[in-house]
Design a binder for this molecule. Structure first.
Ligand code: ZN
Length: 156
């Protein structure tokens, strides 16, 4: 278990398209454990593998403490027509916060660490986190979707 370095905006890794995981190897399991440590240390809601320099389709989301969701090869298979406009930030883009337009609810299909396929749904923050993290796997950052940045006096 280890805390990994989180790459920051400007690093080309964040703009690459990640490759699917074809086999759950000991290396992938170690990566999942290290990403968990890294997410917890950073106090984040989500983390994608490219943020720790690994171009694999893996993300973690933890909107409530103890509710860690590991998603391998995640795909959004359903999104609500209803849209939310809420504040987003990113561990790779410190001290910037912007409003994005995201579906209010999404359903994601992914593989777990045992190789089993599962689906998980989320709304509000969880839906935003799924969308944000899965975007990372295609080299998309929340700043690409920001419709307005927060002014310093709007940040609590
Ligand atoms: Zn991010």
């Amino acid at each position: 278990m280890a805390v990994l370095n989180i790459v920051k905006e400007g690093d080309p890794t964040l703009r690459k398209v990640c490759r699917p995981v074809t086999e759950i190897t000991p290396r992938i399991l170690t990566l999942l454990d290290d990403m968990k440590d890294t997410l917890h240390r950073a106090n984040g809601v989500g983390l994608a593998a490219p943020q720790v320099g690994v171009l694999r389709r893996i993300v973690l989301v933890e909107c409530e403490e103890g509710d860690l969701i590991e998603l391998i090869n995640p795909e959004i298979i359903e999104r609500s027509d209803e849209i939310q406009e809420e504040v987003e930030g990113c561990l790779s883009i410190p001290n910037r916060w912007g409003i994005t337009r995201r579906p209010a609810r999404v359903t994601v299909r992914a593989m777990d660490r045992t190789g089993k396929t599962f689906t998980v749904s989320g709304e509000d923050l969880k839906a935003r986190a799924f969308c944000h993290e899965i975007d990372h796997l295609d080299g998309i950052l929340f700043t690409d979707r920001t419709i307005r940045y927060l002014d310093p006096d709007e940040i609590g």
